[in-house]
Ligand binder design. Structure first.
Ligand code: SF4
Ligand code: SF4
Length: 561
């Protein structure tokens, strides 16, 4: 490969790469505002000026192609003077309102002011004033005074969202961003402009002023809004999720996520509809029960049916670990082959950018771990018919709302003798349940999802402070009630009393007499890796932050692309 000399270091570059790209491939950052690796080059901010020997003037690293033998300086006197000048120019009209700006703490302009400017201003004139609170669309607010006219937001709408909604208007220091007349920025990916805006000019109408970035923590996770499985960071303050942002993963979602995933997939975690204690129906009313009582009730009821009278429904919303355990529970504890899950397909949700028509995060995972009927068992339609014919008398459902998905279940369920549900929130199915176990959400547990392309990816607890894994280890259920599963979710003292589905099933299986010895989700994954071809040779470390591909040719005739 050809080389350039960058600040005395010889680095290789791929033909066609610019200086900024070649440097970045070797972990060397040349400062930039307008350049973004996934957008076209506009070259207007000038902060990436570098000196190339034998060239008469400084050049911008974002649009100058690297060539064999080129000698580049990014830190010499001339370059530093140019960086200082660009920063001084950008800060002339910038309001410097960092103390009240949502971007403070994660702002490129703020960071570069420390790194690349002289730290003082010679400007004594009045700054140009522009509109400060302009709703560009339903989800994004614009502050004209903070904008540095980098054009990233315009190029994002044109090139990635394929919906050219924004443009510059006016000239010189009056230049600003507007939507085209009669238009608003409402494309399904509009909030990515907030992430790529290098300053606080674009802010989220949902999140603005909710928290300072340094008061929050973030946890790597995966969006549950569809089977793309966009990589995300869950941002939390006081054990409450305040925002999701995309996490870069070139093989899954690049730098982006859709607005639906960002806004509509986490608020249920803190919603009033959360189920925070086991509940048992008595004379038509749901009565709160301890874990001991709820597990005992489940055991005594389930034991009263024959294996042919029981059916089990897994979930594409639950993790691979949860689904593996429900399948194992069905086959080895309840000994039934009446096992399936519901696919949630919405073609109107899909596009050719990221959004997929399967609006659940883990259909492929549920299938791979064996949530499917045995040869003589019933699938979802068969289960529904058998309930209507009163052949199935007990139904065990995890983490799905079958009544919402299949309204036909509503009347059928009335004919059941026992309907047990694991759920995070109350819904149409829990309204009909005889016994409800409160399930932990995706943001409260460890586990894995397999996305549409066969990428197995990890989720991690972001808001649970309980040491859940230790809670089960060697503790009696009554002790678990007292210490293990309650924690303060809000300062108001509201208690959430929930467990991951696999842990609830472990409790029930143990009480029935099954040999379920799992204390951590990782142990379940390890058993999956030993017994399911698709997961062979994988573990949580190998999956890591960016996921790993499951084997493409796998058993049960399930194929992934
Ligand atoms: S609003 Fe932000 S992203 Fe758009 S041009 Fe201004 S500074 Fe750049
Ligand atoms: S495309 Fe799907 S996975 Fe990605 S953010 Fe949107 S809903 Fe979530």
């Amino acid at each position: 490969m050809p080389n350039i000399n960058l600040d005395g270091k010889i680095i290789e570059f791929k033909p066609g790469q610019t200086i900024i790209e070649a440097a970045r491939d070797h972990g060397i950052e040349i400062p930039h505002f307008c350049w973004h690796p996934e957008l076209s080059v506009s070259g207007n901010c000038r902060i990436c000026l570098v000196e190339v020997e034998k060239m008469p003037k400084l050049v911008i690293a974002c649009s100058t192609l690297a060539s064999e033998g080129m000698i580049v300086h990014t830190k010499n006197e001339k370059v530093i003077a140019a960086q200082n000048a660009v920063m001084e120019f950008l800060l002339i009209n910038h309001p410097l309102d960092c103390p009240i700006c949502d971007e403070a703490g994660e702002c490129k302009l703020q960071d570069y002011a420390y790194k690349y400017s002289v730290g003082e201003s010679r400007f004594v004139e009045e700054k140009v004033h522009k509109d400060k609170r302009v709703p560009l669309g339903p989800r994004v607010m614009f502050d004209g005074e903070r904008c540095i006219s980098c054009s990233r937001c315009i190029r994002f709408c044109d090139e990635i969202a394929k919906d050219p909604e924004l443009t510059f208007t006016k000239r010189g220091d009056r230049v600003t961003i507007v939507t085209y007349p009669g238009e608003e920025m409402d494309n399904p990916y509009s909030m990515n402009t907030i992430d790529i805006c290098p300053v606080g000019a674009l802010t989220s109408r949902d999140f603005r002023f909710k928290a300072r970035v340094w008061d929050m923590s973030s946890t790597s996770s995966v969006c549950i809004g569809c089977s793309r499985g966009c990589n995300t960071e869950i941002w939390v303050r006081n054990n409450e999720i305040l925002r999701l942002v995309p996490r870069h993963n070139e093989k899954v979602n690049s730098y982006w996520m859709c607005d639906h995933g960002r806004l509509n997939t986490f608020k249920f975690v803190n919603a009033e509809t959360r189920i925070n204690i086991p509940q048992l129906r008595n004379d038509g009313q749901l009565i709160e029960k301890s874990w001991d009582e709820a597990v005992n009730e489940a055991v005594s009821k389930l034991k009263s049916f024959t294996k042919e009278q029981i059916a089990v429904i897994g979930s594409p919303f639950a993790t691979c670990e949860d689904n593996y355990i429900i399948a194992k529970f069905a086959r080895t504890v309840l000994q039934t082959g009446n096992l399936d899950f519901i696919r949630h397909i919405d073609p109107s949700f899909a596009d050719d950018i990221l959004r997929a028509e399967d609006i659940t995060p883990n259909s492929l995972g549920a299938e791979l771990v064996g949530v499917q009927p045995s040869k003589s068992g019933l699938d979802i339609k068969g289960i529904l018919s058998a309930i209507k014919e009163k052949k199935i008398k007990a139904l065990y459902l995890i983490e799905d709302d079958i009544v919402k998905a299949f309204p036909e279940f509503e009347n059928a369920i009335a004919g059941l003798e026992f309907f047990v549900v694991h759920s995070t929130n109350h819904n149409k199915s829990t309204a009909l349940a005889d016994l409800i176990f409160p399930a932990a959400t995706f943001a409260e547990k460890n586990g894995t999802f397999v996305n549409i392309n066969g990428m197995v990816q990890r989720i991690r607890p972001a808001v649970s402070v309980i040491e859940q894994d230790r809670a089960l280890d060697g503790m009696s259920m009554s002790r678990l009630d007292k210490f293990g599963t309650q924690w303060d979710r809000w300062a108001s003292g509201k208690k959430i009393n929930a467990l991951p589905t696999w842990k609830i099933l472990t409790l029930v299986a143990k009480a029935i007499g099954g040999k379920f010895k799992f204390n951590m989700a990782e142990e379940i994954f390890s058993e999956m890796a030993n017994s399911i071809e698709a997961f062979k040779n994988l573990d949580y470390d190998i999956i890591g932050e960016l996921g790993a591909k499951v084997k493409s040719e796998i058993s049960n005739n399930v194929k992934v692309s």
